[in-house]
Write a protein that binds this ligand. Structure first.
Ligand code: UDX
Length: 437
């Protein structure tokens, strides 16, 4: 099937390459010439394991192209909207300008029976407004909301083998045809038994934000427990293991530490609260304010621990930070706890050296004043305290005995509860973590 993908960022680039892998003919449209040129050469403009390989395979098939010329989408049957919906500066609401401009671009080229499949995360009610605009121009074109649940770092796998596929649409004469078209797009994962849920537009929009709100709540729940563990003398890791064995709770997303960041969870819970307030039900989502606050407190707490490790003041003290990305297997530094903690320590006078296997270039652009080095060994030389803030495998498997010889003081603060305390203590380190007194 001929498919267009509007927006070739994390979501769209992966989606375009994976749809080509599934046998379709895809054109990726983006307004940033530099991204389009890089993708057309088989180079992803961001680090995502598995993407270069699938991109290369897709380009070699001759069925995948990238362009800034939107007219290339005119003969596509399905148009996926994969543009970003960032937080509006100075406001909690989502900024919908890119979604609106993608629809503006598409409207004049829509043909009877076309399907516009929205994958971007939007406030509930957005898709209905878009559907009205589309119906006014091309009544037999169908707007379907088809949210995407991919995780950065696992994006290719999540796209090819999703947990579920959701379609939301209006009840109309053309709805069944639109379902059939999308079923053809997703024929391979559906044949693998992926559950498919069909509902209305509002529910489909809400599935995405409700899922992210739940995940954020789970993380902040365990982080709140970690604060209690600290004062009660309990161990949050054991606590998570024990409660996670209850199948109703589950162990995933119960890793306490410096909390969540990235381009989705923080902005999605804020946009969700903002939309709830517009709908007159602000009170119902007020708990998400606390989820956000618990999450932000993790960063403050980590700076406090570093200050304590330095004897009460960070001024002039040498601090090593392992990790800059908001999570491993990604070079994304949006709302990264690691970088906001690093910047705060620097503001308090610390001499901070940050390292990361993939995110240093992005980090330097956003926080140019921090000192970046290529390796963990370089970062820790002469350090009076080491903070592990992103749990890259490279850092989890570091040899504590070898590192002990490089630092000024062997003091490690494990911001992700991912190290073995006994191993580090046996190598002469003082080990601290949140919620593991
Ligand atoms: C998230 C959702 O998981 C995904 O379904 C949605 O499509 C986009 O948003 P992503 O932002 O890639 O994906 O990251 P995710 O793996 O969810 O992690 C988010 C943050 O939570 C990271 O900063 C991670 O370090 C943190 N986290 C995760 C924890 O602090 N503890 C955990 O137990 C799990």
């Amino acid at each position: 099937m001929k498919i267009s993908v509007f927006g070739c960022g994390y979501l769209g680039a992966v989606h375009a390459a994976c749809l080509t892998h599934l046998g379709h003919e895809v054109v990726g449209v983006d307004v940033v010439q530099e991204h389009v040129d890089a993708l057309a050469r088989g180079r992803a403009p961001f680090y995502e394991p598995g993407l270069p390989e699938i991109l290369e395979e897709a380009l070699a098939s001759g069925r995948l192209t990238f362009t800034t010329d939107a007219s290339a989408a005119a003969d596509a049957r399905v148009h996926f909207i994969c543009v970003g919906t960032p937080q509006t500066p100075g406001d909690n609401a989502a900024d919908l300008q890119y979604v609106n401009s993608a629809i503006d671009t598409l409207l004049p080229m829509l043909k009877p029976g076309d399907v516009i499949a929205g994958k971007s995360t939007v406030p509930v009610g957005t898709a209905a407004l878009l559907a009205d605009r589309v119906a006014a121009v091309q009544p037999t074109a169908e707007v379907v909301w088809n949210p995407e649940f991919l995780r950065e770092g696992l994006a290719v796998q999540d796209t090819l083998h999703p947990d579920r596929i959701v379609y939301g649409m209006r009840t109309s004469d053309t709805a069944a045809a639109a379902v059939a078209v999308l079923d053809e797009v997703y024929a391979a994962p559906l044949a693998d038994g992926t559950p498919r849920i069909v509902g209305d537009l509002a529910t489909a929009e809400m599935v995405k934000v409700a899922a992210n709100a739940f995940l954020a709540t789970k993380i902040s729940f365990i982080n709140a427990m970690s604060e209690l563990c600290d004062v009660a003398g309990a161990d949050v890791t054991l606590l998570a293991d024990a409660i996670g064995l209850d199948k109703r709770i589950g162990r995933q997303f119960l890793n306490a530490g410096v909390g969540f960041g990235g381009g989705c969870l923080p902005k999605d819970i804020r946009a969700f609260m903002s939309r709830a307030a517009e709908l007159g039900v602000a009170q119902e989502l007020r708990f998400l304010q606390e989820v956000d606050a618990v999450n932000m407190r993790r960063r403050v707490r980590m700076v406090e621990l570093a200050r304590e490790a330095c004897g009460g003041s960070l001024t002039g003290r040498r601090v090593a930070v392992l990790g800059a990305a908001f999570k491993p297997l990604s070079d994304d530094i949006r709302d990264s706890p690691a970088l906001s903690i690093s910047a705060q320590m620097q503001l308090q006078g610390a001499l901070v050296k940050v390292t990361d296997p993939h995110a240093i270039d992005n980090a330097r652009k956003k926080w140019p004043d921090l000192d970046y080095v290529a390796t963990a060994e370089e970062a820790v030389v002469g350090a009076e305290v080491v903070l592990l803030l992103t749990e890259w495998e490279d850092y989890v498997t570091l040899d504590p005995a070898a590192l002990a010889g490089l630092v000024e003081a062997p003091y490690i603060i494990d911001g992700r509860n991912c190290l073995d305390p006994e191993r580090w203590r046996a190598a002469g380190w003082r080990y601290r973590a949140i919620g593991r007194s």
